[in-house]
Design a binder for this molecule. Structure first.
Ligand SMILES: CC(=O)N[C@H]1[C@@H](OP(=O)(O)OP(=O)(O)OC[C@H]2O[C@@H](n3ccc(=O)[nH]c3=O)[C@H](O)[C@@H]2O)O[C@H](CO)[C@@H](O)[C@@H]1O[C@H](C)C(=O)N[C@@H](C)C(=O)N[C@H](CCC(=O)O)C(=O)O
Ligand SMILES: Nc1ncnc2c1ncn2[C@@H]1O[C@H](COP(=O)(O)OP(=O)(O)OP(=O)(O)O)[C@@H](O)[C@H]1O
Ligand SMILES: N[C@H](CCC[C@H](N)C(=O)O)C(=O)O
Ligand SMILES: [Mg+2]
Length: 488
């Protein structure tokens, strides 16, 4: 395919043209260039992709997309565009045959709940005998085939290639998490969505977004990319605002909630540590559901999944059957069932709001103390550290502050900023930087009837300290510690 023919609706200027026109691969990273590649130069936040153009050419790139002319390169086509990332998304969609137009694309955005909603929808659509694809934080799925996920929402060439594979494998519904980074960095530009889901918006990623408003505006983009309908959590204040701003949109929206008037509403909620039961009404539903995933927030996630399935005309019976029989989502309110003496829950809460929701739910059923073990990731939003400390100090009886993925940061400094929050509310705590030791300590002090929450890493199988990534799985580490303490 000729490069010029892939640049639909993109203004461009041909700076130089070579006779070699058959692009066989798209690369945005010089380290991944193979002969026949188009290399797209991205001006990033860490480095400038234009610097790697020569390396890419040495490796066999035959064309460049640039935002500024790269001097002294010969024998390759060079095309200038205003925004390389946008052009890359358009090129990738064209190169892989616009796969999104052959799939029912469902995009889920929001601070918390995206992964859970996609897993619920996977179960529902499979119950309705649709071949399903999933793109998100834990793994990508093409039907039964599980593929490794590097990012919640992949960069556009990786994303479009994945969609093409789904089309080839006769997938019919693609359910994907659409992160705010991806909307901001044009990873899903040039993609057609049927349905957009808004779960909620609380504070996160303030290292990337200059303001909460910028975070909201990034998420909002998804709701202008949909063709069939949008589905919005009306109990969330940003969700409420979104409904007001979409009033005149050509694409209809539906609302869900527990507190406010909504198209799809849950009531009579009863919870324990095994799950949550509720009644659901609206959008053709009038059912009682017993969901084997605990927490009030799970009701919101279920409503998002139910509303989407109804828009896609799945029957209420299939929806109820799928939700009632689903296994949990890895690392999301996951109980270690092997331990009977006290409760241990592994959860991916890595924002103050998520931690508060999980702890509130645990408080609702725990008989005795709640002991929380958590830390915060390095090279990520620093402002959430004291806030998470405050929440843990307030809602737990005892906290063990530890490391999450410190990455390039000094672990002790991360722990100290969490401590500031706990001290603000006079919470009881200790600090144990080593996560394995922290989990062991929690298990050694737990008594009958207590609940230990191990938060922040959920399904993750590794821990990154400095530049080293080692195997680490909260679930396995907790089991090992329980064995040592003779409580297994
Ligand atoms: C903040 C963010 O998303 N940054 C992403 C972004 O980085 P960037 O724009 O700063 O790029 P850069 O590192 O400066 O590099 C510029 C260009 O030079 C290229 N390069 C660089 C080095 C080299 O030797 N050769 C080369 O060609 C790079 O491939 C890139 O094209 O583009 C890079 C290339 O795709 C990504 O690797 C990088 O993801 C970083 C590593 C990341 O951690 N992202 C996370 C925060 C993220 O995206 N998270 C979201 C949401 C998570 C959630 O809450 O669920 C996600 O969707 O996963
Ligand atoms: N609807 C919800 N409202 C508030 N908190 C939630 C909700 N659903 C899940 N959580 C909390 O957020 C954590 C992450 O959930 P999930 O992985 O489904 O969200 P996500 O949006 O995919 O997160 P990420 O942005 O990290 O991919 C859960 O472990 C739980 O603590
Ligand atoms: N998707 C989130 C996950 C955070 C999980 C936490 N364990 C961490 O490593 O910070 C992020 O990249 O910000
Ligand atoms: Mg996720």
């Amino acid at each position: 395919m000729r490069l010029q023919d892939m640049l639909f609706n993109i203004e461009f200027e041909i700076l130089q043209q070579s006779h070699e026109e058959e692009i066989t691969h798209i690369a945005y990273d010089s380290r991944k260039v193979v002969p026949g590649s188009l290399f797209i130069c991205i001006s990033g936040m860490e480095t400038d992709g234009h610097q790697f153009a020569n390396e890419a050419i040495r490796k066999g790139a035959i064309a460049l997309v640039v935002e500024k002319a790269v001097p002294k390169v010969q024998g390759v086509t060079m095309i200038r565009v205003n925004d390389s990332r946008k052009a890359m998304a358009v090129i990738a969609a064209a190169f892989y045959g616009n796969p999104s137009s052959e799939l029912d694309m469902i995009g889920v955005t929001g601070t918390n709940g995206k992964t859970t909603v996609t897993y619920m929808l996977k179960n529902i659509f499979e119950q309705a005998r649709c071949k399903t694809g999933v793109i998100g934080t834990i793994s990508n799925w093409i039907g039964e085939q599980e593929l490794e996920s590097v990012r919640t929402t992949p960069e556009s060439p990786d994303f479009q290639l994945l969609l093409k594979k789904m089309v080839q494998e006769h997938v019919n519904k693609c359910i994907m998490e659409v992160s705010s980074h991806s909307l901001c960095l044009q990873r899903v530009y040039a993609t057609k969505f049927q349905i957009g889901i808004f779960t909620n918006l609380t504070e996160d990623h303030m290292d990337f977004h200059p303001t909460p408003e910028h975070y909201y505006q990034s998420k909002k983009k998804l709701f202008h990319m949909t063709e069939k309908a949008n589905l919005i959590n009306i109990d969330d204040s940003f969700g409420w605002r979104l409904t007001e701003e979409l009033t005149h949109s050509e694409v209809p929206f539906f609302t869900y909630g527990i507190e406010r008037k909504a198209d799809l509403k849950a009531s009579n909620i009863v919870m324990d540590y095994r799950g949550v039961c509720f009644e659901v009404q609206g959008m053709g539903m009038n059912n009682f559901i017993s969901l084997p995933i605990a927490g009030k927030f799970s009701v919101y996630n279920a409503l998002a999944a139910i509303g989407t399935a109804r828009i896609m005309e799945v029957s209420p019976k299939e929806i109820v059957d799928a939700l009632e029989n689903m296994g949990g989502v890895p690392g999301r309110f996951q109980r270690i069932k092997e331990i009977a003496e006290f409760g241990i829950i592994i959860d991916y809460a890595h924002t103050a709001d998520a931690l508060m929701n999980v702890l509130e739910s645990i408080k609702g059923f725990s008989e005795k103390r709640v002991i929380t073990v958590f830390g915060c990731g390095g090279d990520r939003d620093k402002s959430k550290r004291p806030k998470m400390g405050e929440v843990s100090g307030k809602y737990s009886d005892y906290t063990i502050i530890t490391s999450d993925n410190p990455r390039s940061e000094n672990p002790d400094e991360i722990l100290q900023s969490i401590e500031v929050g706990i001290n603000k509310v006079h919470g009881s705590y200790e600090k144990i930087e080593n996560r394995r030791e922290a989990i062991k300590r929690a298990i050694s002090i737990a008594k009958k009837g207590d609940v230990i929450l191990i938060a922040g890493k959920g399904h993750e199988k590794t821990q990154t300290v400095g530049s080293k990534t080692v195997s680490f799985d909260d679930y396995e580490v907790a089991l090992e510690a329980a064995r040592e303490e003779n409580v297994l």
